[in-house]
Design a protein. Sequence first.
Length: 249
Amino acid sequence: MDQSTTVEQLQDSIGAPVYASDGDKIGAVDEIFFDNDTGKPEWLGIGKGVLSSKRVLVPLAGASAKDDAYYVPYSKEQVESSLDISGDEISQETEAQLYAHYGLPYSETRSDSGLPEGTGVDVDRSTDDAMTRSEEELRVGKTQREAGRARLRKYVTTEDVSETVPVQREQVRVEREPITDANIDQATSGPAISEDEHEVTLTKEEAVAEKRVVPKERVRLAKETVTEEQQVSDELRKEQIEQEGDVRP
């Protein structure tokens, strides 16, 4: 955290979003924890949001503030798997567990920064001279995020359709028949010499087109879940203890 950040600025950041090292949002600042000895800010209490009712702590050391948000150098899974802090004070044992969880050195000796000084081991000088050797363990979890969106969109296209329809029409032809005994009476029934005319109405068929809307099919989006293997890898640190000085075998 920038040393120029004041306590007032930290208090004003309550509710600010907190993002992990991979850019995932972890939650929001719920509270600021101060060191009892130095009175300086030491932990960000994160609650609500993704973590629901759980409240976890993230060290302020290494965190950065930008655009009204905090960015911590830890993965979302590492923060979410930290201890659930229910009280307003942190015991020495809990603090030691927190520092081990985040891979930070811890000792009971305090520095001016509000964070413990140490050599990477937890030394309890009030009981014995034993050192505690710690290792990082990889915890793999799963988170769900939006991978994309699909939608159905209906639009109209136009195509030319041609069909051949047989149509009929009437036409006339002149028929002539000679006068015979069978039709002599019809031929002589009229005036001997006169002018006359006879009209016939002709009809024809024309092709017409009519359009109507006919439903053809129903289309919907259906989701299905597929399973695939995804490899997660990280670099883990472990402490080693070696002897120095005049030590008997």
